[in-house]
Design a protein around this ligand. Structure first.
Ligand code: URA
Length: 239
C-alpha cells in the first residue's frame, strides 16, 4: 500500500501548488471515496481511494514516463537562459513537478527523448553498465567504410576521450540529403559522442536523430515536438 498526503497527491498531478490545492480542499471541491475532504494532510491509500476534484476523478501516478520526438532548436535541460527547453514545449497538461530529460540530446539532434520524474529509472537507463543501446541515424558527409565499422567495433580514442565499442552499419541512404546514412548503436552517452566518433574517422555528421533506446523505438506517429505517455508495456521494452 502506498499512502500519500492528499495535498501532495493533488499537487503532483499538476492541479496546483500545495497552497492552491489546499484552497480547493477548503472550498469543498475535493472528494475522497465520495466524501468531501476536509483535511489537506489526510492520508490517501493510492490503491484503494478514489479522489475527485470538481467531480473529475484524479488518477495518481507515482512517476510518469514521456516519449518526446525532440525537434531541433530546443535544449535537453530543465531550464536555460537563452533557448527553449524540452520542458517548455511539453503540453501544459503533461507538466508536473520534478520532470527532467533522461539523458541529453544536442540542441540540433532530433528524435527519441524520455522525460520523467523517476531518477532511479533514468540512472538505470543511462548507465553503460545496464547495456542498453541507444540507436542513432546519422546523415553523413561521406560514406561509411569497412574500416569505420571495424574502428567503431574496437572502440575509439579521440580528443582525450575513450569511446566504448559501438556498432556501425550503413543506413537508408534515401533518408539523407547527402545520400550517406549510418546507423550507430552506443551504450554510453558522452558529450557529442556520435559526432566525435565520426570526426575521429575524418567524416562529419550533418544531421542526427535518435531512433531507439533499447527495444523502444521512436513512435513514428509523433510529429517533431510532440509527446506522449509511455505505456507500461513500452516502458518494459526500454529496460
Ligand atoms: N551523440 C551526439 O553527438 N549528439 C547527440 O545528441 C547524441 C549522441
Amino acid at each position: 500500500m502506498k499512502s500519500i498526503r492528499l495535498d501532495k497527491l493533488l499537487a503532483s498531478e499538476n492541479l496546483g501548488s500545495r497552497k492552491e490545492v489546499a484552497k480547493l480542499i477548503k472550498a469543498g471541491l475535493v472528494t475522497v471515496n465520495g466524501e468531501v475532504a476536509v483535511k489537506a494532510d489526510m492520508k490517501i491509500d493510492t490503491a484503494a481511494c478514489t479522489v475527485t476534484v470538481n467531480g473529475e476523478a484524479v488518477e495518481y501516478r507515482e512517476h510518469v514516463y514521456i516519449m518526446m520526438n525532440k525537434p531541433a532548436g530546443v535544449v535537453s535541460a530543465t531550464e536555460d537562459n537563452r533557448d527553449a527547453t524540452v520542458l517548455d514545449i511539453l503540453p501544459p497538461d503533461m507538466l508536473r513537478k520534478n520532470l527532467f530529460p533522461a539523458g541529453r540530446l544536442d540542441k540540433d539532434t532530433t528524435g527519441l527523448l524520455i522525460i520523467t520524474d523517476d531518477g532511479a529509472f533514468a540512472h538505470r537507463m543511462l548507465s553503460p553498465k545496464s547495456h542498453i543501446y541507444k540507436i542513432y541515424e546519422a546523415a553523413l558527409e561521406k560514406p561509411v567504410t569497412d574500416e569505420d565499422i571495424k574502428a567503431f567495433e574496437a572502440g575509439i580514442s579521440f580528443g582525450g576521450e575513450e569511446y566504448a565499442p559501438a556498432k556501425l552499419s550503413a543506413g537508408d541512404a534515401s533518408k539523407s540529403p547527402s545520400g550517406y546514412m549510418a546507423v550507430v548503436m552506443i551504450r554510453e552517452g558522452k558529450f557529442h559522442q556520435v559526432k566525435r566518433m565520426f570526426e575521429a574517422r575524418g567524416n562529419r555528421v550533418l544531421a542526427l536523430k535518435r531512433a531507439a533506446i533499447g527495444g523502444l523505438k521512436l513512435d513514428e506517429n509523433l510529429a517533431q515536438g510532440e509527446s506522449k505517455y509511455l505505456t507500461s508495456k513500452e516502458l518494459s521494452t526500454l529496460l
